[in-house]
Structures are given as C-alpha cells and as structure tokens.
Design a protein. Structure first.
Length: 134
C-alpha cells in the first residue's frame, strides 16, 4: 500500500516503555505473531493497517495528536486464568491514541513458550485477523 507510513516514521511515533530483556521479548513475540500457520502478515503490521484503514481520508499516523505506546509488565495473578503468577507471563499493552479515540490492545504473553492470550476485545480482533484473514 503506497500511502502507508514509512517504518522509520513509525518508529519515531512508537514509544516503547521497555527496560528489561523480558519486556522486549514479550513485545517482540506479540508484534511478530503471524498466526497458527506462521505465515502472512504479522500482528503489528495488521494493527497499523487496521488503524490506517479506520481513517481513510487522513494520514492518521502522521497526525500530531497521534501516539502509539507499548508497555510491558509482569502479568498480575488476577489476569491469569489457571496459570501461576510469577512465571514467564507478561502483560503487553499497545495503545493507539489520537484526537478522537484511544484504543488499548492487551495480551498476556508467556515468554518461555511464546503463547499469546488476547485479553482485550481489540487484541482478540487483531489476532483473529492474523489467524483467519491474511
């Protein structure tokens, strides 16, 4: 798609609040996820495409009010269903914020097994697109 924002421009927009190797690993697992078949578009590219498609008449990612933020924390025990806290699970948050909306995409990620569990509806939707439509 010729009008997509260039990767270097996107890197300038993306604020990664990551300090540890584990946090970087968890974010890398999420953004590079290509579905069960490990083929096609990755999750990060899919999210960026969906954001751009939601604003067809604007270059939303170049808009001054637009922010993309990634943060990763150890997953809290109450967010883990049937899994033990303190293991290799991290909560990955990707936030898209612009002048009229803020969307949060949240996953739990096991950095040892690379299992990704969507927590928010938006995260689930993006994974479904990667899994079934690319």
């Amino acid at each position: 798609v010729p009008d997509m924002i260039a990767p270097s421009d996107l890197d300038k927009k993306l604020v990664e609040n990551l300090v540890s190797d584990e946090q970087n690993t968890a974010w890398h697992i999420v953004k590079s996820y290509k579905g069960a078949d490990d083929d096609g578009f990755n999750l990060f590219d899919t999210m960026i495409t969906q954001i751009e498609n939601a604003y067809p008449n604007e270059k939303i990612l170049k808009h001054n009010d637009t922010m993309l933020t990634v943060s990763v924390e150890e997953a809290a025990a109450h967010t883990l269903t049937t899994r033990s806290a303190g293991s290799a699970f991290y909560e990955v948050n990707f936030t898209f914020k612009t002048y009229n909306v803020m969307e949060k995409y949240i996953w739990n990620v096991n950095i040892e097994t690379e299992e990704i569990i969507p927590i928010s509806d938006g995260a689930r939707k993006m994974m479904n697109i990667v899994d079934f439509y690319d």
